[in-house]
Write a protein of this length. Structure first.
Length: 91
């Protein structure tokens, strides 16, 4: 199955407690790759990983929602403002 990170990111950015998000594929023994999201919460938000997973799962195909969510304070950015997903994959 093909999962396009931008599609998942656009859905997740609609969540009221998410400020920024980057979706990447991470290695998985069974499936080859699995969906992982790096999330920057909005200020004063304490939304949980399970809450975001459930919210996203209700709005996107079941094989596309992120199986893993990591909360970060900021995403690595290039000088031009592009998210450096390669750095996230290597975490």
């Amino acid at each position: 199955m093909n999962v396009y990170p931008r599609e998942v990111e656009e859905i997740m950015l609609r969540h009221p407690d998410i400020s920024m998000v980057a979706v990447v594929g991470i290695d998985d023994e069974k499936l080859g790759e699995e969906v992982k999201a790096f999330v920057v919460r909005k200020k004063d938000s304490s939304v949980s990983e399970e809450s975001i997973k459930q919210w996203t799962k209700e709005r996107i195909a079941s094989y596309k929602y992120p199986r893993s969510i990591e909360f970060v304070d900021e995403l690595p950015m290039s000088a031009s403002g592009k998210i450096l997903k390669k750095e996230l994959r290597n975490k």
